[in-house]
Design a protein around this ligand. Structure first.
Ligand code: FNR
Length: 188
């Protein structure tokens, strides 16, 4: 069965290093896996008064995420947590009540930072939120791309050695989990 991965970035910045990390990790996916980047920069600030009808930008974003078997998050760390734009996006994805676009998905969590932290605190918070929403995130391996400035080649993130191995293992684990889920859905 063909699996689809949708990438979500915690930054809308044009030159975002997290977008570059997503691009690199997506390139490492096996060729039989479909990949699509979700641009949700038009999604407004959440307001429960706007849930019915949903704004077009939200509907489009939810449809795109619902088409995925695996949601791959890459996020910067802002002040020791995930950026507000990402939490806002997740809040929209969780609604309306009972219609979470992330239900039954497997998710990968990773991030890139210019400094040494590698977005660990943002990732821990994001994992907690996803766990609250019953989204399955593998505990290991963790893709934490620190000192990302040193890993840019012609404006792209290029990981090598152990870091490349971690990305490949992480992709493999996500695909295994998504396949196991799919199988279960068919046999039930
Ligand atoms: C940051 N940055 C940052 N970095 C970090 O490692 N820990 C942190 O807590 C923060 N806090 C923070 C707050 C705010 C408001 C901004 C704008 C930035 C720096 C951040 O890692 C850097 O700007 C990245 O380049 C952002 O990722 P993108 O947009 O390049 O993907």
């Amino acid at each position: 069965q063909k699996l689809k991965v949708v990438g979500i970035n915690g930054s809308h910045r044009k030159d975002s290093v997290n977008k570059k990390l997503l691009d690199f990790v997506a390139e490492q996916l096996p060729s039989d896996i479909e990949y699509e980047y979700a641009d949700y920069s038009e999604v407004p600030l959440f307001n429960q008064d706007q849930e019915s009808p949903l704004p077009d930008s939200v509907k489009k974003f939810k449809d795109q995420v619902e088409s995925a078997d695996i949601v791959l998050f890459s996020t910067p760390e802002y002040n020791g947590s995930m950026p507000g734009v990402l939490k806002n996006a997740i809040d929209w994805l969780s609604r309306p009540g009972g219609q979470s676009s992330l239900a039954g998905k497997v998710a990968g969590v990773m991030g890139a930072s210019p400094g040494q932290g590698g977005t660990i605190k943002a990732q821990l918070h994001l994992r907690e939120v996803l766990s609250h929403m019953n989204v399955d995130v593998p505990g290991q391996p963790r893709v934490m791309c620190n000192y990302v400035g040193e890993k840019l080649v012609d404006g792209k993130v290029v990981l090598e050695g152990k870091e490349l191995e971690t990305v490949q293992k992480s992709n493999k684990r996500l695909i295994e989990m998504a396949r196991a889920f799919k199988k279960e859905a068919v046999t039930v």
